[in-house]
Design a protein around this ligand. Structure first.
Ligand SMILES: [Zn+2]
Ligand SMILES: [Zn+2]
Length: 356
């Protein structure tokens, strides 16, 4: 089971053109060891716009500059950074905005993000500490062994200590979800303030829809407006909004999506299957950590955290909809006691179609 976007594909620079003639350059950056991400540099009307920035870690900033240099030569510009008008962030995850502290030292571009991810950028340090606290509670409640909890928190904090708060110039909400020919759609789930950006017949979808992997899910108890229920609703919302006019969807990782509708159907299918397996596992009482190890078998390192979060998002979805109950309710008062979930077989809750 692969939990983070694939590194097997070659991450290459590429150029695309929309039907109305906007130029889009795809810049590959190594966000973390064995983990690549794309930024997109867009030339539309008289504007130059960067969508996402990489992580700011290791070689990421240099890879971004290398990409700028290639575009500069191709477009016959004196400089990209001196002419950059806007930086649009698809969502508040570090592999997409972590390049901002570096970029804002060399460009005057205005930065935008959705208001529900604003604090991830402007109150970074506070948010990390609050997230760590919620993550600790979640790991205890999920029944993750004490030693593994410490290891997970350590890895989580090491990555997050790499960035710092940056000022933002506007939210998409404040500009009515439109900037020139760019339109924004709020798609909460993978992050609270995730947006998909439309330009002509192209979409920039960050991590909301990816080729080759189902985007990672967190339980909403870690951050409001995340969670599987919001995510699945946002897939439907995107499909309706995109309509049939989209020719290519460019994402933050992996190759472009040619048939968005069929990719959305595949991702929903993965979650339907995962929810059904979770219900099957919970015909007997288990903790989230036990569900995780049955769903994802052998994982190690950072994948332990990802797999417990993914399992937690599925258990939370089913619990909230009345399909699961907690069997050790009398022990809940004892702190550090993990919760045991089990299928309820409630006839009213069972009327619900699982997922989609
Ligand atoms: Zn993300
Ligand atoms: Zn990402």
């Amino acid at each position: 089971m692969q939990l983070i976007p694939t590194t097997k594909t070659l991450h290459t620079f590429a150029k695309f053109s929309t039907k109305k003639g906007a130029h889009i350059y795809r810049i590959p950056m190594q966000a973390f060891p064995d983990f690549w991400v794309y930024a997109y540099l867009v030339f539309v009307d008289e504007m130059i716009v960067l969508i996402d920035t990489g992580s700011g870690f290791g070689e990421s900033n240099q890879h971004l500059l290398d990409g700028f240099e290639r575009v500069r030569a191709e477009e016959g510009l004196a400089s990209v950074v001196d002419n950059l008008d806007y930086i649009l962030i698809t969502h508040g995850h570090i592999d997409h905005f972590g390049g901002l502290p570096f970029l804002l030292e060399i460009t005057e571009a205005k930065v935008g993000i959705h208001e529900l991810d604003l604090r991830n950028l402007t109150n970074f340090e506070e948010r990390i500490l609050v997230s760590e606290r919620r993550l600790r509670d979640f790991l205890i409640e999920s029944g993750v062994e004490a030693e593994k909890q410490e290891e997970i928190i350590r890895v989580y904090m090491v990555n997050k200590m790499l960035s710092r708060s940056v000022p933002i110039n506007f939210t998409y909400n404040a500009i009515d979800m439109q900037l020139g020919r760019f339109e924004f759609l709020h798609v909460p789930g993978h992050s609270a303030g995730h947006v998909v950006i439309r330009l002509d017949d192209y979409l920039f979808c960050g991590d909301h829809v990816l080729n080759g992997i189902s985007p990672h899910q967190w339980p909403e108890r870690l951050t409001l407006n995340m969670g599987l229920g919001h995510y699945l609703d946002s897939l439907d919302k995107l499909e309706r909004w995109a309509g049939a006019d989209i020719t290519l969807t460019l994402s933050g990782h992996n190759e472009p999506i040619e048939n968005l509708s069929s990719r959305i159907t595949q991702i929903k299918g993965i979650h339907t299957q995962r929810l059904e397996r979770t219900l099957g596992i919970l015909s007997e009482a288990h903790t989230v950590a036990e569900v995780s190890s049955q769903l994802f078998r052998k994982v190690s390192g950072y994948d332990i955290l990802l797999s417990v979060e993914e399992a937690g998002a599925h258990v939370e979805y089913l619990y909230q909809r009345g399909l699961l109950g907690i069997t050790n309710i009398e022990e809940i008062g004892q702190s550090k006691m993990p919760l045991l979930y089990q299928r309820l077989n409630d006839p009213i809750a069972e009327q619900m179609r699982i997922c989609c």
